[in-house]
Write a protein that binds this ligand. Sequence first.
Ligand code: NAD
Length: 496
Amino acid sequence: MSKILETCPNFIGGEWLLSPLATTPVHNPSTGEVIAECPVGSVADVNAAVAAAHAAFPAWMETPPVERARILGRFKMLMEDHFEELVRSNTRENGKTLVESRGDVKRGMEVVEFALGVPSLMMGEVLENMARGIDCEAIRQPLGVCVGITPFNFPAMVPLWMYPIAIACGNTFVLKPSEKVPLTAIKIARLFEKAGLPKGVFNLVHGGRVVVDALLTHPQVKAISFVGSTPIAKYIYETGTKHGKRVQSNGGAKNYVILMPDADVENSTRGVIEAAFGCAGERCMAGSTAVVVGGAAKSVLPALIEATKRIKVGPTDREAQPDMGAVITRQHRDRVLELIETGVKEGAQIPADGRGVKVSEAPNGFYVGATILDHVQTGMKVANEEIFGPVLNVMHMEDLDRAIELANQSVFGNGASIFTRSGKAAREFKHRVNCGMVGINIGVPASMAWFPFNGRNDSFFGDLHMQGREGVQFFTQQKVTTSRWFSYGEGDIWHR
Ligand code: NAD
C-alpha cells in the first residue's frame, strides 16, 4: 500500500494554497523514504506573496511595538505547547537526533524571546539643545517587505534568526525555506497564524532557484536575509544589492579547533567530538579541523580516535536514539564518501573509518559513520573544501603561532576554538585568530540570540549580522529629525 505524502502549501495573505506545479521529493534521511512533495514554485507565487506582504505593511507598521510584542509572546507560548511536535518534525525531515532537534527549536525560540524586547530595542536617541533652542532625535522605522531564504541544516532555528526580529520591528515577511526541509517551517507558520498575526504579515513560499531569483529582483522587496553555502551566499549578496536591497548573507565555513599540549584530555575530547560530529557534521559551526599542537598528538589525539570509533550511527525517527543520525540526502552522502576517498588518495591516514557503516534497522537511510582523516596537509582538497558531513580532519603543528597561521589561511571565517590550560595562549589565540566567533575550552560556539551570529571573510557577505542588536539595525532604518520652535510673543499659550 502506498503511503500518503504530506503536501507543502504556500501561506500567502493568510490563506494556505497548494501550488499546482511540479514538486520535488522530501526525504526522511533516517529511512530514505519520501515523506512529502515540495513545489518547485513560480514567479506568480512570489508576486502573490510579496503583494500580500506589501498590502499588510502599512497597518502592521502602525501597530504599536508593544502590541506586536504581545502577538510574538503568544507565538512563543504556542511553540512551547507544541515543542515536541516541532522537534519530531525537525528530526523526521532533517535526520538529526531528538536531542539535537530540541536544541535547534530551543535556539530558535530564544530569538523570539529576544524580539519580545522590541519596544526597548527600537528606542531611538534624543539630544536636547543640539544647538541653542534646537533639539535632535533619531528614531528607527521598519523597511517594508523583507525576505528570508534558508538552508536544510537547521529547519527551525535558521528561519527564526530572521522573521521574529523583522516582524517585531514592524516589517512584513516572506520566507522561502529549503526545499529539502519544508515541513517544520509550515508547522511553525501555523502557530504564528494561531497566535493572531494579521493576514499577510508572514508569508511562506516554497521552491528553488526560480523563486529565489524572483524574490531577489522584486521591486517591492526591501531586504534579504540568506543562509546557505558560500557560492549561493555570494550570488544572493551580489544580485540583491545590485537590485537595491539591503542584504545579510551567511555562507559556508571550515572551523579550526586548536588542541594545545596542556589541554584537559577528557574535556577537550568531549568538546571536539560534539563540535565535529554533532548534527552529523552538517553545521556551519562544525569543528571540522582539529589542529594538534606538539604533545597533544600523544595525549588528546588517541582519546579522540577511540571516542570517534565508539559513535553509533542510526535512525533518529524512533524512541531508541543513536549518537548520530544520517546526512540529508543520498547525493550528499555520496559526495561526503567521495571526499573521504579523495583525502585518502591524497595521502591522509584514516584511523576512524566511517565509510562502510551498516545500519541494519534502516538499510536505505543516508548514513556515513564518524570518520577521522589524520595528517591532512594544506593544499589537499579536504583541507580546503567544506565537507559538511561527519568527517574530522586532523592537522599537526609544532606550536601555537603555526596553528593560528594555519587557521588564518582559510577563506572562511565563522568560528574557531582553543583547548588549553594557559590563559596566555588563550588570549593570544582570541586576539589573533581571523574569524568572528571564538571558543575557549568549548567547541566552536554559535552565538546565542542576544549576540550577533558573527561570521566574516567568505562566511558572511554584508554589514549587519543576524540576531542581537545588529539584527534590529538590519531590519530598521533611522530617521533624524531636527526641530526648532519659535516664540510668538504675547500670544504663546504659556503666557496666558
Ligand atoms: P544551499 O546554498 O544549497 O541552499 C540554501 C538556500 O539557497 C536554499 O533555500 C536553496 O533553495 C537556495 N538555493 C540553492 N541553490 C540555489 C541557486 N543556484 N540559486 C538560488 N537559490 C539557491 O545550502 P544548503 O545545502 O541548504 O545548506 C548547507 C550550507 O549552508 C553549508 O554550506 C553551511 O555551512 C551553510 N550554513 C551557513 C550558516 C551560517 O550562518 N553561516 C548556517 C547554516 C548553514
